[in-house]
Design a protein around this ligand. Structure first.
Ligand SMILES: [Zn+2]
Length: 447
């Protein structure tokens, strides 16, 4: 396939916006970028996709999400309003996850992935929990990844909060799924994985020891760290160490490990995350919603940590996460010079692309020869100069997800002219709605 007639944002280093160039896509990858007339003359038989003067850019990447949270939409917590994050966990998430059976896991993956494709996401890192349907749950989600055409990394969150049997089952589910990946069953490179852990505060020393024993060095953990201050105090009580030191004492931090949030880590923990080359993900909308505080991600980046941007299961509108990151650090620090557009792009574009490329084993998140053909079209008409240099501010102040008209993953068009191509959306939504009744009933029955 040849993409013609687009203004191509490469998000390479340095970023460029190419005019009069076309992109040749073969075998799911970008195989050539060249002068449009040349490319058309060289490959006259190739199918053409006219970008119609839209911006063509790498698809959005989400570094940390929860498909299983889909059924929280519109759900009322039947208790007094939770005063802090530990009560939000108890009254919302740890009750909702128990209400998910196989059907609900499948449906929540479908609706989340549909939402993602419609808003221009092409790669997502999911973190899953369904304590009453653990075994094979990652295969159910992987089946949706397969059928939908998206690129995703999956993990099952091991936790002791539902008893030792379920903790053990979570460990086994990660082992089973990662073994599948190791044997090469990766949906032609669209499927990856981590060993999921909930958070230090629901993991005992024994369980962390078991995880270390079960973890193949080819993979790393994906865990929430110091999202709320209670995680640090719990860790100090259990082990005499802060959370990052505690995880490091089990040798769980390395270039394959993903740490979500890191809101309350101290300077020593930041240094340790940098030394171990651990990926950190930042989710400012979730942090604001849970009122947990906001991680000092500018310092983390200065310390050399690769800080990526995720959505933590909020709507899959990653540009909203960009905009929130851009705004909240200014407010918190009462300084409009904080978190500039380039810092946002560093997380959302470059670090996310680095992490995706590391996990999927090929360049992802940039337009260059050999990279994954994961692309979007954006129907945006600037009324001021737009250059590679000021593009971050055009995105933050000008671009909206409603302008995304086409989403492609691995060379396959998943949405064209805002219509899903590979998914019967009406049928999937009807099934999800049907399942929602039993999920909400099960959730409410616990109070
Ligand atoms: Zn999360």
């Amino acid at each position: 396939m040849i993409i013609t007639n687009g203004k191509i944002v490469t998000w390479d280093q340095p970023n460029q916006i190419l005019e009069d160039q076309a992109i040749l896509i073969q075998g799911g990858k970008i195989s050539k970028i060249d002068d449009e007339a040349n490319l058309l003359a060289q490959y006259p038989e190739e199918e053409k996709l006219d970008a119609n003067r839209q911006y063509v850019m790498p698809g959005l990447i989400c570094a940390h999400t929860h498909f299983y949270g889909a059924y929280s939409r519109g759900l009322a917590i039947p208790t007094e309003p939770p005063p802090a994050f530990p009560e939000i966990l108890r009254d919302l998430w740890w009750s909702l996850d128990k209400a998910l059976d196989e059907k609900a896991v499948r449906s929540s993956a479908w609706v989340s992935i549909i939402d993602a494709i419609k808003h221009g996401n092409t790669t997502l890192f999911d973190h899953h929990a369904s304590p009453n349907f653990i075994s094979d749950s990652l295969d159910v989600i992987a089946d949706v990844v397969d059928k939908s055409g998206i690129r995703a990394s999956l993990a099952y969150e091991v936790t002791d909060r539902d008893g030792i049997k379920k903790s053990e089952a979570g460990i086994q589910e990660n082992i089973r799924f990662l073994q599948r990946l190791k044997q090469g069953d990766t949906l032609e490179g669209r499927l990856a994985g981590s060993f999921g852990l909930h958070a230090s505060l629901t993991l005992s020393q024994d369980t962390l020891e078991k995880v270390r024993g079960a973890l193949d060095d080819q993979f790393g953990v994906h865990i929430h760290v110091a999202e709320h201050i209670s995680d640090e105090y719990d860790s100090l009580k259990k082990s005499g160490m802060r959370v990052v030191d505690r995880l490091n004492s089990f040798d769980l931090l390395n270039e394959n490990a993903i740490v979500a949030h890191a809101v309350h880590v101290d300077a020593k923990e930041i240094a340790l995350l940098a030394d171990t080359k651990t990926w950190v993900t930042h989710q400012p909308r979730s942090n604001m919603n849970n009122a947990v505080g906001i991680g000092n991600v500018e310092s983390m980046m200065r310390a050399g940590i690769s800080v990526c941007l995720g959505n933590d299961g909020f709507s899959n509108t990653m540009w909203d996460e960009w905009k929130t990151a851009y705004l909240v650090h200014k407010l918190v620090n009462q300084d409009p010079r904080r978190m500039g557009g380039y810092e946002v792009v560093n997380m959302a574009v470059y670090q996310n692309a680095d992490m995706a490329s590391h996990f999927f084993g090929l360049p992802v998140g940039m337009v260059k020869e050999g990279a994954a053909a994961d692309l979007i079209f954006v129907d945006y008409t600037p009324f001021t100069d737009l250059s590679a240099g000021n593009l971050p501010w055009h995105i933050i102040f000008g671009m909206q997800h409603s302008m995304i008209t086409m989403t492609m993953v691995a060379g396959k068009v998943l949405m064209a002219n805002r219509q899903l191509r590979t998914i019967d959306e009406e049928k999937v939504m009807a099934e999800a709605f049907e399942n929602s009744h039993s999920v909400w009933e099960h959730y409410n029955s616990q109070f």
